[in-house]
Write a protein that binds this ligand. Sequence first.
Ligand SMILES: *[C@@H]1O[C@H](CO)[C@@H](O)[C@H](O)[C@H]1NC(C)=O
Ligand SMILES: *[C@@H]1O[C@H](CO)[C@@H](O)[C@H](O)[C@H]1NC(C)=O
Ligand SMILES: *[C@@H]1O[C@H](CO)[C@@H](O)[C@H](O)[C@H]1NC(C)=O
Ligand SMILES: *[C@@H]1O[C@H](CO)[C@@H](O)[C@H](O)[C@H]1NC(C)=O
Length: 443
Amino acid sequence: MESFMYEILPFILGLLCALLGYLYYLHAFQNRPREDDKVAENADAEVKKPLEQPAPKSSKPKKIPMVKKKEVKDTYTHPWLLTNLKGHSGEILDLDFSSNGKQLASCGTDRAVMLWSVKTFVDKNNRSVRANIEFDHATQIKWSPDSKAFIVSIETANTLQVYKVGKKSDGSLGNFEMILNFPSAHKADIINIGIACNGHFIMSCSSDTSLIIWDLKGQVLSTIDTLHINNYYACVSPCGRFVASSGFTPDVRVWEVCFSKTGDFKEVKRAFELKGHSSGIHHFSFSNDSSRMLTTSKDGTWKLWDTNIEYTKGQEPYLLKTCSHGINSKCVCALSPDGRTIAIASLSAADVFFYSAVTGELQAELKEIHPEPVRCLQFSPDGQYLVVAVGRHIRVFHNLPGFQNIILGLEEAKKNATNASMRDRLQTQIEEAKTVLNSFGKS
Ligand SMILES: *[C@@H]1O[C@H](CO)[C@@H](O)[C@H](O)[C@H]1NC(C)=O
Ligand SMILES: *[C@@H]1O[C@H](CO)[C@@H](O)[C@H](O)[C@H]1NC(C)=O
Ligand SMILES: *[C@@H]1O[C@H](CO)[C@@H](O)[C@H](O)[C@H]1NC(C)=O
Ligand SMILES: *[C@@H]1O[C@H](CO)[C@@H](O)[C@H](O)[C@H]1NC(C)=O
């Protein structure tokens, strides 16, 4: 009996091994589709990568980089496109026109700050000055009111710096140097900064609920709790009197920053609120005299407000219009300086929508202006251009809808005119504007 067991045992063990092997094979087979998915995912990632950055050097050096270069090549064209400002080697994070309209500043993850001369937007040779932020990069940039300096917020140190812009002997923009480094005061990331046009104060706002008012030397004058749960945006009004903030809560809060006649800081006091959206407000924008405000909300609408009010006498902002923008992700907006034209873009797409602020109609769409999404957009102070930062590029568009809206306004004024000389004058202006309009896309 025992000898029989010794004889059969190896056979049983062999059978067991075969069974285990078979089970293992089944198991591996079942898992295989998942492995395949992973491979497919990696393949996708490899296809997308070339858009982000040049491929690292590999063992097949010659052919692959050439193919990738072709994919990166920027082929976008549009009749309204005046120019593409190229020079950043990393994603652009912010843009700002100087108040005199002569310069545009940009900053990006490549540590660079670039200053572009608006006059030379179409001059290929010498249109920008570039310098790097040491050991860090600027996330936001704003010109000083006299256009001779700019302020930035910097990523790692999470504070503000002031730079002075030099001039070359021929009057063009020169190099710039840091003249002031603010103490750090924000616990969360700074999301926007601003400087009042009267030079009275600087504002910074972070993604928690704090908003700080500074003097120009970097001393904190006041810290405000916005009570938005999270801040999404804040800015200084173009008139230099107010700061406004929005966030998770469905309102924009506006404060007046008060100074005495001799220019000493007095207080920050609640002025008014924009109430009416049913969800958080991603972004907002003022017209150049602060008499109109545009808000874009997660509730899928934009609203236009008349803020030309005397809040100290109890007047409230007046809601002029509510229209659907149909964007269900974070978006940015810009109200043209004259308050007649609206531009809105989603931060996860590369389309720009133009609306008339007068009628609320969708006037035009610029579709897929870049493979990467829009980061920010701004009208030039004269209302002629809309600049859009997408990836490493700044697209400069003629504000064609803005011109159409100016003509509509002149035509309406002509209808209202009470005498012939007034009508003639307006007719001349209409014809001039139409000539400019017709010249677009023909240069
Ligand atoms: C561009 O360069 C030319 C010559 O190099 C110079 O004369 C001109 O003033 C420059 N323009 C600007 C706006 O810098
Ligand atoms: C606002 O913009 C309009 C149109 O560009 C311009 O005529 C007006 O002077 C500007 N006003 C201010 C206060 O900047
Ligand atoms: C023209 O008159 C109408 C009503 O009479 C008024 O609503 C409109 O604001 C006026 N337009 C201009 C440009 O004065
Ligand atoms: C024509 O009407 C405008 C207002 O519409 C007025 O300002 C202007 O003085 C008038 N001119 C004449 C010649 O009556």
